[in-house]
Design a binder for this molecule. Structure first.
Ligand SMILES: Cc1ncc(COP(=O)(O)O)c(C=O)c1O
Length: 462
């Protein structure tokens, strides 16, 4: 049974205190009892957990509207593009892709934008356009999609992974600074979950050491930090429009930046080395976005900001509802974070508040209540086989000294990242699910609180 309690608790009475009062039974709740609280609280004391045969909180399947987002405007535009026979940007001076580039740059306040076939391609384009290559090092996060690392590897540079801030899951700037050496050329912060990394510190470190910054904003379209859009703070920023992302076309990506000459180099690189003027100038793969991708994206941009705002509203609601609850602590935001893209909404799980049971048990109990949450990235990328693979390649052995390779391996001790992957992180996918109704957000909270209130039952779950 869900009991909603009115929002009249005295300001100085914290929810944590209130919850502990509930759990010690000093407040007897019933459907008719009105207990003064701030925020809304849902009590399920003495309910049987669904994982042990009780009634689930939710039976309606995945939270939120169906995904990816599709509307009539997008469908009509796709039909039009198909019928037009203009399927590549080079067939038109006013292509869908070039219109998308202008519109996206305008919406996030970037100077210039170049479309690509994926976020990975966008990142690779930046690495190549900045002239980062064999023998160079790029500092980045181990807690990310392989596309981040791949963009560095395809230029035969060395991705140097540093440990994370345990509470934000973002690069720890102190660790970044420790890893700068004479071969470091750039920092590639990843705005994980679509929330801003600590850009103030990262930009300061980059300035101090003369490094470039490529923002991996693949999860962070429209997010804002200290008055700027994420992706527009560093030298270059990259976005992914892969199917699970907030703005999606299956596979797609974009580079943004304010330096016109550098952005022209990005265009040339992704255009297999040929400039806009048709001169074959440099090394570059063919990473062009197609007109079909451009059409889908251009025609979903009109409502994309509204959906972004809705995700923020729901994320803020969830945060406020579990305020001061010590069992699940929301992803830390750095000062100056104005909004996030919430590719995932994430919490740190503290098992000591759930009768000591491991996160896996909590996840199973949540799934049984009908609310699907997960642990997101299973392994930090420092634990994946590519590390040994590249270090065994003759090219890496030739480019990096034996001492550097030895140190590189020994520096892959990243305990915070391991802890986040193995023990603490709980997240649910935001692109679609954070567009759910308030009632659905309440069900997420209700499932958490039901498990918390009945945590003594968790020991029975194997
Ligand atoms: C943080 C991050 N970086 C890079 C990528 C790579 O983007 P794409 O899948 O579009 O190549 C992704 C996509 O999942 C991502 O989430």
């Amino acid at each position: 049974m869900i009991i909603r309690i009115p929002t009249t608790m005295k300001k100085d009475q914290s929810r944590r205190k209130f919850i502990s009062q509930l759990s010690t039974g000093t407040l007897a709740l019933s459907a008719t009892t009105s207990v003064p609280v701030f925020g809304t609280i849902l009590s399920h004391k003495n309910d049987q957990l669904a994982i042990l045969g009780g009634t689930p909180i939710r039976t309606a399947g995945r939270i939120g509207p169906s995904w990816p987002y599709i509307d009539e405007r997008m469908i009509e535009a796709m039909v039009k593009t198909t019928k037009s026979g203009i399927w590549s940007r080079i067939q038109s001076s006013n292509s869908q892709v070039s219109q998308l580039e202008k519109e996206f740059a305008k919406q996030i306040g970037a100077g210039y934008c170049v479309g690509t076939g994926s976020g990975t391609q966008a990142l690779s384009t930046c690495v190549e356009a900045m002239g980062i290559g064999p023998g160079d090092e790029v500092i980045t996060s181990p807690y990310t999609d392989m596309g981040t690392i791949s963009s560095i590897l395809t230029s035969r540079a060395l991705p140097v992974m540093v440990d994370l801030d345990l509470e934000s899951y973002q690069l720890d700037p102190d660790e970044v600074e420790k890893k700068v050496n004479k071969n470091t050329k750039a920092i590639m912060p990843v705005h994980i979950m679509g929330l801003p990394a600590n850009m103030e510190r990262i930009m300061a470190i980059a300035k101090k050491h003369g490094l470039k910054v490529i923002e991996d904003s693949c999860q962070a379209p429209f997010a804002r930090y200290q008055g700027q859009a994420i992706g527009t703070i560093g030298d270059l920023g990259c976005f992914s429009f892969q199917a699970s992302k907030a703005i999606a076309c299956g596979e797609g990506g974009a580079v943004v930046g304010k330096d016109e000459a550098l952005m022209e180099r990005c265009f040339t690189v992704q255009n297999r080395g040929a400039s806009r003027q048709g001169k074959n100038e440099t090394i570059g793969p063919k990473y062009r976005m197609t007109e079909f991708e451009g059409t889908l994206l251009l025609n979903q941009l009109p409502g994309a900001k509204e959906r972004f705002l809705k995700r923020n509203e729901n994320a803020n609601y969830l945060t406020s509802q579990l305020k001061d609850f010590p069992g699940l602590v929301p992803q830390k935001k750095y000062p100056g974070t104005e909004s996030g893209s919430y590719y995932h909404y994430a919490w740190s799980y503290h098992k000591e508040h759930f009768n000591g049971v491991d996160r896996a048990v909590f996840l199973k109990a949540m799934a049984a209540e009908g609310v699907s949450v997960g642990s997101y990235i299973k392994n930090g990328l420092h634990r994946e086989p590519w590390v040994d693979h590249i270090l065994s390649l003759n090219e890496y052995k030739a480019l990096y000294t034996a001492d550097r390779i030895k140190d590189y391996k020994s520096e892959l001790h990243l305990p915070n990242c391991d802890r986040i992957c193995n023990e603490t992180l709980v997240s649910f996918w935001g692109s679609g699910s954070l567009l759910g109704t308030t009632e659905e957000m309440d069900q997420i909270i209700a499932a958490v609180m039901k498990i918390y209130d009945n945590r003594n039952q968790l020991k029975k779950v194997s």
